[in-house]
Ligand binder design. Structure first.
Ligand SMILES: O=C(O)c1ccccc1NCC(=O)[C@H](O)[C@H](O)COP(=O)(O)O
Length: 275
C-alpha cells in the first residue's frame, strides 16, 4: 500500500464519523448559506485572453504541523497568528491542512485562520467525497485540492463541477505527464505540479520544468513542495511557475512574514513576461 493509499484510508474513516455528526443535507445547507467565495484564480494571477501574464510570483503559504515525509515540523499553537504573518508578507492564498492523522490539522485550524485573514483560503485535504467540498465551503474555503493520482476522471470532473457550483475553484494536483494531461482534459484552470511523489515521498525539483511545459498558457501553474530557499523560488519562477506552494520552510521560519515577502520579491523579478 502506498503512503497516499494509507492516508486516504484514514481520511475515509474520519469522514464517516463527521458525516454521522453533520448529515449531508445539513452540510449542503451550510455551504449554500456561507458568504460568497473569494476568487482564488484571480488572486493567483489568472488572466483571460491573450494578455500579458501577471508579473507577480504568487505565494501560497501553508499551515502545516507535521507530515509523513518529515514527521513533526512545528507546533503552531496559534494558526491564526501565523496566517496573519503570511498575509502581511504578501501571501496571495493561504493553505490550511485539515487532515488530522498524518498532518496534525483540523477544521478548527481552518476556522481560526478564516476568522483572522481576508485572503483566499485553500482547504488542503485529501478530497475523496463531495461531502468534503460542501464542508470546505461551509467553513469559508475558496479553493479545494483535487489530487489526480487519487481520483478517477469521472470523480475529478464531478468534484470540480461541485466546487465551481459553490463558487470555488480547485487546485488540481499532478505529478506525472499523464496526470497533467488528465488535469488539462477536465478543464482545470489552476494546476499544481507537485515535485513530491505522494507514493514514495521523494522530492525531485527537476520534475517541474518537464511537466509545466505541457500546461496551456491560460492555466495558472503552481509549483508545489520542496521550496527551501530564494534560489528554489527563482528556479521555479524562471521555469514558468505563476505561484509556489510552501509549507515546511515557512512553518520552521522564525520570520515567516519577511520570508514570504522575500519569495514574492525574488520570484516576481525572475518571472518571464510570457511562457
Ligand atoms: O508533505 C508530505 O510529506 C506529504 C506526504 C504525502 C502526501 C502529501 C504530502 N504533502 C502535501 C503537500 O503537497 C505539501 O504540504 C505542500 O506541497 C508543501 O510542501 P513543503 O513546502 O515541502 O512542505
Amino acid at each position: 500500500m502506498s503512503v497516499l493509499d494509507d492516508i486516504i484510508g484514514g481520511v475515509r474513516e474520519d469522514l464517516a464519523a463527521r458525516r454521522v455528526a453533520v448529515p449531508d443535507a445539513d452540510i449542503q445547507a451550510a455551504a449554500r448559506a456561507a458568504a460568497p467565495a473569494r476568487n482564488a484564480w484571480a488572486a493567483l494571477g489568472g488572466v483571460t485572453g491573450d494578455v500579458q501574464r501577471d508579473t507577480r510570483l504568487h505565494v501560497i503559504s501553508e499551515v502545516k504541523r507535521k507530515s509523513p515525509s518529515k514527521g513533526a515540523l512545528a507546533e503552531i499553537p496559534a494558526p491564526a497568528e501565523l496566517a496573519r504573518r503570511y498575509a502581511d508578507g504578501g501571501a496571495s492564498v493561504i493553505s490550511v491542512l485539515t487532515e488530522q492523522r498524518r498532518f496534525g490539522g483540523s477544521l478548527e485550524d481552518f476556522d481560526a485562520v478564516r476568522s483572522a485573514v481576508d485572503v483566499p483560503l485553500l482547504r488542503k485535504d485529501f478530497m475523496v467525497e463531495d461531502y468534503q467540498i460542501f464542508e470546505a465551503r461551509a467553513h469559508g474555503a475558496d479553493l479545494i485540492l483535487l489530487i489526480v493520482a487519487a481520483l478517477s476522471d469521472e470523480d475529478l470532473r464531478r468534484m470540480l463541477a461541485v466546487a465551481r457550483e459553490l463558487g470555488m475553484e480547485a487546485l488540481v494536483e499532478a505529478h506525472t505527464e499523464e496526470e497533467i494531461d488528465r488535469a488539462v482534459a477536465i478543464g482545470a484552470t489552476i494546476i499544481g505540479v507537485n515535485v513530491r511523489n505522494l507514493k514514495t515521498l521523494d522530492v525531485d525539483r527537476g520534475t517541474f520544468a518537464r511537466l509545466a511545459s505541457r500546461i496551456p498558457s491560460d492555466v495558472v501553474i503552481v509549483a508545489e513542495s520542496g521550496v527551501r530557499s530564494v534560489e528554489d523560488v527563482v528556479d521555479f519562477a524562471t521555469q514558468g511557475a505563476d505561484a509556489i506552494l510552501v509549507g515546511e520552510a515557512l512553518v520552521k521560519d522564525a520570520m515567516p512574514r519577511d520570508t514570504v515577502a522575500a519569495f514574492v520579491s525574488a520570484g516576481s523579478a525572475a518571472k518571464p513576461a510570457r511562457r
